[in-house]
Design a protein around this ligand. Sequence first.
Ligand SMILES: CC(C)(COP(=O)(O)OP(=O)(O)OC[C@H]1O[C@@H](n2cnc3c(N)ncnc32)[C@H](O)[C@@H]1OP(=O)(O)O)[C@@H](O)C(=O)NCCC(=O)NCCS
Length: 219
Amino acid sequence: MSTSPEKPVLIVFGAGGHGRVAADAALFSGAFARVVAADRNPAAWGTEMLPGVPVLRPDELSALPAPLAVHIAIGNNPVRRQEAARLAAEWPLAQLATIVHPSASVAASARVAPGCLMTAQCVVGPMAELGEGVIVNHGAVVDHDCRIAAWAHIAPGVKLGGAVQVGEAALVGAGSTVLRNLRVGAGATLGAGAVLLQDLPDGAAWAGVPARPLALASA
Ligand SMILES: CC(C)(COP(=O)(O)OP(=O)(O)OC[C@H]1O[C@@H](n2cnc3c(N)ncnc32)[C@H](O)[C@@H]1OP(=O)(O)O)[C@@H](O)C(=O)NCCC(=O)NCCS
């Protein structure tokens, strides 16, 4: 007789808007025994982030039963990366949870590292790779062979053509399009609604159609 592994209790760190999106996807996924939230801001403690998802106080968190899973629901990429490192030291036994909304389409051949969030209606194509803590937000398309480095955020409605590379902690803004084979640099920002026609350098902020450095985009 086979025994199915016990579902973990999920702690969503970050009780803001992005936390609500992550918790909603986690509830829909059915992958967790229970979903609770945590936040550094004491004003959030004792309230509900969503119906049925309480924001627990620190002493209540430490009383939760194993197995535990944690998900860092912070939209700011560098802060999300930093909080993951802090929580790994603080909660060494908790696993970093990946959350997949049931309406997300994730290819069987895609490789997804721990801590990712794939929300409603997104698509992750064949042979695509998502590094640790990547967000693929509502309705975004990460097409075949794309490589998204750790802690990057692919915002709602983005379209990444095939084999696009996105560097660590980059933000690809809502509704933007990146043509195939291009690279968005590490720590770079592509503005909402942009169309990227050439590589975006590390740390740069570009916007517009076609995308150009931000000061030029508004000229
Ligand atoms: C590109 C972006 C990062 C710039 O933010 P910012 O540095 O605060 O810039 P500002 O809002 O001060 O705007 C600076 C100038 O760029 C222009 N600009 C800002 N965003 C733009 C965009 N997406 N496309 C074209 N022009 C843009 C502004 O109109 C402004 O022009 P001005 O100097 O002529 O007035 C931001 O506007 C953006 O698009 N962020 C993406 C947000 C997103 O998708 N988040 C995901 C949520 S889930």
